[in-house]
Design a protein around this ligand. Structure first.
Ligand code: 13P
Length: 252
């Protein structure tokens, strides 16, 4: 069975390094003892080297460049993230697709760069309002994973994030049944691209307005392998309740 993964996407928060350290310590205190789930905290990359994870808590970044180094003003490479203590990197988040013009082709290059630097890419797929889930997810998976071997797929985490359900952009929550269908569709697509065996082994997470009231439904009803959490990951107590609830459910 795949170990459940709970990823905190802090986005461009909090405002200061001290705030980030306080939040990380508060999260640590609130998830104390939880060892049967993998917790990945993705702060703004500028603080990665200052934040100390440990135990079942790991660190990740929210983006990386596809080149190793060079004349790319303002960018950070996957190797630099690894050097600063990051082990994961979120790629293809809808906010970067929407505001920074990231295409599926760019995301594919970034996934390959992340894998070369031994980071685990967390590839986000999902439709915008009005788009068909399967059309968007299939396109994003085919292009995002292009050229990856079955061995490389083992390092990739897929996240279904319907853009219409993200807290600051969304207009309605995603029903657990909708997340279930999306998860099944993602596995069906991975089966076509690789094999049934590889698809079953790939972790598929859910993201979009997850809170301590709906978290378990996306795991138990939607049969997914974890959560990518934005707003609620900035609330240490709520985030802690989510991690503990998922762990309790695993051990039940
Ligand atoms: P919210 O949990 O705030 O809806 O954010 C979801 C998200 O974009 C995580 O990557």
């Amino acid at each position: 069975m795949i170990k459940k993964i709970i990823v905190a996407n802090w986005k461009m928060n909090p405002k200061t390094k001290e705030g980030a350290q306080v939040l990380l310590e508060a999260i640590k205190a609130n998830i104390k003892g939880a060892k049967d789930v993998e917790v990945v905290i993705c702060p703004p990359a500028i603080w990665l080297a200052d934040l100390k994870a440990g135990g079942s808590m790991k660190l990740g970044a929210q983006n990386c460049h596809w080149e190793v180094s060079g004349a790319f003003t303002g960018e950070i490479s996957a190797g630099m993230i690894a050097d600063a203590g990051g082990e994961y990197v979120i790629l293809g988040h809808s906010e970067r697709r929407q505001y920074l013009g990231e295409t599926d082709e760019i995301i594919n290059l970034k996934i390959k760069a992340a894998l070369k630097a031994k980071l685990k890419p967390i590839l986000c797929v999902g439709e915008i309002a009005g788009e068909e889930m399967n059309v968007a997810a299939e396109r994003q998976l085919i292009s995002g994973l292009a050229g990856l071997s079955v061995n490389q797929l083992k390092e990739v985490i897929i996240t279904y994030e319907p853009v219409w359900a993200i807290s600051n952009a969304g207009n309605r929550p995603c029903l657990p049944d909708e997340a279930l269908s999306a998860g099944l569709f993602i596995r069906k697509t991975l089966t076509k691209l690789y094999s049934r065996f590889a698809a079953d082994k790939a972790p598929v997470l859910y993201g979009g307005s997850v809170n301590d009231q709906n978290d378990l439904a996306y795991i138990a009803q939607s049969r997914l392998d974890g959560l990518l959490i934005g707003g609620a990951s900035l609330e240490a107590e709520e985030f802690g309740r989510i991690v503990k609830e998922i762990e309790k459910n695993e051990n039940a």
